[in-house]
Design a protein around this ligand. Structure first.
Ligand SMILES: NC(=O)c1ccc[n+]([C@@H]2O[C@H](COP(=O)([O-])OP(=O)(O)OC[C@H]3O[C@@H](n4cnc5c(N)ncnc54)[C@H](OP(=O)(O)O)[C@@H]3O)[C@@H](O)[C@H]2O)c1
Length: 281
């Protein structure tokens, strides 16, 4: 039995689809059914179900709001994660958790970030995600922490959704051309996570699509694939004056997980075409 938290988020929904397809027994909870920041509630649900695996898709992901709402981010991304790890330990469940490329400062100059690089978050969201990782490691010996980046899938909490709504509203768009990472499809995260669980992988891994790009090139690719005829002006990210600082170059290498699972993870363009193909119907 698998327990999914954050079942209404992008990743939660993708897991539900995949587990339904594979006819794997699971129970999924959204925030109203299981608020992971309540230790008591988490323990009672997990004691009751006694799952073999807990997959935590719940998170506070409002990167800019976290600058002023740090306590909210901390409650979910640190306390909530610790609550789940403690409950997993009590019932002997395997714990799978997701972290972020925003644990890095983007200042690395020689290649993509690997699992050996030292995190140094620039913003409150990144700090909360890093602390969440540390709590998992402090509570459990056996766990899977998967750092993902620029996640998109069904749902609204992603760049593609925002881009398409800006395209409807504005005569031309401005998109940052100095921010680089890896757009990563929820379908890929789910496939690789399920393989990792099946093969008993544990530890910390970077799980992204292959390759990397800038936000500007990502936006251009979305419009090209969907045939959206709208001018995109490349601009430095500083023009947006956003509350949270972001790493300018945070692509992570997925080599370690690909090698250990003997899988070839698709390039970001390939998964983007697959996802947008589904959107177009
Ligand atoms: N999205 C990205 O670009 C990105 C980038 C790097 C890493 N990640 C990580 O990847 C993982 C999956 O992200 P995602 O894109 O699927 O996020 P998402 O779409 O924002 O989903 C997160 C879900 O968690 C729920 N949630 C918030 N607080 C909760 C609480 N206290 N208890 C239970 N559920 C709660 C949210 O509900 P509400 O919406 O109602 O608050 C939402 O349904 C997360 O760990 C995230 O930090 C995401």
């Amino acid at each position: 039995m698998i327990v999914i938290t954050g079942g209404k988020g992008q990743l939660g929904r993708e897991f539900i689809k995949a587990l339904n397809r594979a006819e794997v027994p699971y129970k999924a909870f959204d925030k109203s059914e299981l608020d992971i920041s309540s230790g008591e509630k988490v323990l009672s649900v997990i004691r009751d179900i006694k799952p073999d695996v807990i997959i935590n898709c719940a998170a506070y992901n409002q990167v800019d709001r976290a600058e002023t709402e740090y306590e909210m981010a901390y409650k979910v991304n640190v306390i909530g994660v610790e609550n789940l790890a403690v409950a997993a330990k009590e019932v002997g469940a395997f714990f799978v958790h997701y972290s972020s490329d925003y644990v890095f400062d983007g200042k690395k100059e020689d290649g993509l970030y690997t699992e050996k690089d030292t995190p140094s978050p620039l913003n409150e969201y990144g700090k909360s995600k890093l602390l969440g990782e540390e709590r998992v490691k402090a509570v459990l010996d056996n766990y899977l922490i998967l750092r993902v980046s620029w996640v998109y899938g069904e749902g609204k909490q992603n760049f593609i959704h925002k881009l398409l709504s800006w395209a409807e509203r504005d005569s031309y768009l401005k998109v940052a051309c100095d921010e680089f990472s890896v757009p990563t499809y929820t379908g890929v995260i789910v496939d690789v996570t399920l393989k990792a669980i099946e093969q008993g992988l544990s530890g910390l891994y970077h799980l992204t699509n292959s390759g990397f790009t800038s936000r500007f090139e990502w936006a251009r690719a979305v419009f090209e694939i969907l045939g959206v005829d709208k001018f995109i002006r490349p601009v430095p990210s500083s023009v947006f004056s956003l509350p949270a600082k972001r790493p300018l170059f945070s692509p992570m290498s997925n080599k370690k997980i690909s090698k250990e699972l003997s899988v070839s993870i698709p390039y970001w363009e390939e998964s983007l075409r697959e996802f947008l193909g589904c959107l177009k119907g």
